[in-house]
Design a protein around this ligand. Structure first.
Ligand SMILES: Nc1ncnc2c1ncn2[C@@H]1O[C@H](COP(=O)(O)OP(=O)(O)OP(=O)(O)O)[C@@H](O)[C@H]1O
Length: 217
């Protein structure tokens, strides 16, 4: 399998505080990788670097040619009175003038994320799982071939978690989307992911999810 991402000697410091040092890892095309690690070890910092929102102190990273990255944040700050429908929310980043082609893309992603039948429900009234799938649909509109999910299951109930993970599995298996999933949920990662990156004490360990024995203290 080819690499979609190569990280070499990546170091991040905030002033003199070292967050991590000399990280080296690769992600394979079509893999499903959990990025695990205790609170505050730098997972979000690493993702922000990969998304080019932060510049690392030193080291390099390179995505393979043709990699198109999608980012799915954890849903939050959607108040009960939030006025947009699920469909309008998913369409937020599309051009103002909605051509037939754009409308069809939105419909197709709503269908893919099991939201089509409730597309007119207000986001404020939607369940946590529905809101989270709306964020996923938004990211899928750009047709990414790799997605990064940041704690996307963190505040969902067990059945909404399973539905989201099944959907991610489907995207991986049927649409060949490479997955990097930031999570604290080790059982869920064991069930759905095949590899892990464990970020702790400023270094990273990589291996098979079935063999993961991280220390979360
Ligand atoms: N802009 C910044 N300036 C200074 N320190 C920062 C900055 N951003 C993050 N940090 C520090 O870097 C460390 C890593 O933070 P980060 O949010 O990346 O951790 P995390 O592993 O994602 O944590 P969590 O699991 O709680 O989300 C923390 O100690 C944090 O306080």
């Amino acid at each position: 399998m080819t690499d979609v991402l190569k990280v070499k000697d990546l170091t991040m410091k905030f002033d003199s505080k070292v967050i991590f040092q000399n990280l080296n890892f690769e992600l394979k095309k079509g893999s499903m990788t959990a990025l695990l690690g205790p609170n505050g070890t730098g997972k979000t910092t690493l993702i922000n670097i990969l998304m080019k929102l932060l510049i690392p102190t030193s080291g390099t990273f390179e995505f393979a040619k043709g990699v198109k990255l999608g980012y799915v944040p954890q849903f939050r700050n959607i108040e009960a009175d939030y006025p947009l429908s699920i469909r309008a929310f998913v369409s937020l980043n599309t051009p103002l003038i909605k051509t037939k082609k754009i409308k069809e893309r939105v419909t197709s992603e709503l269908k893919e994320t099991h939201l089509l039948s409730i597309q007119n429900t207000r986001m404020g009234e939607a369940s946590g799982g529905q809101k989270q799938r709306a964020y996923l649909a938004q990211a899928l509109l750009d047709k990414p071939n790799m997605i990064i999910l940041d704690e996307a299951t963190a505040s969902l109930d067990p059945s909404a978690k399973e539905e989201l993970m099944q959907l991610i599995k489907h995207l991986n298996e049927e649409h060949d989307i490479t997955v990097l999933f930031v999570t604290h949920d080790v059982p869920l990662a064991r069930k759905y992911m095949n590899n892990y990156l464990y970020l702790n004490h400023g270094t990273i360990t990589q291996g098979k999810m079935s063999e993961f024995e991280g220390d979360y203290e």
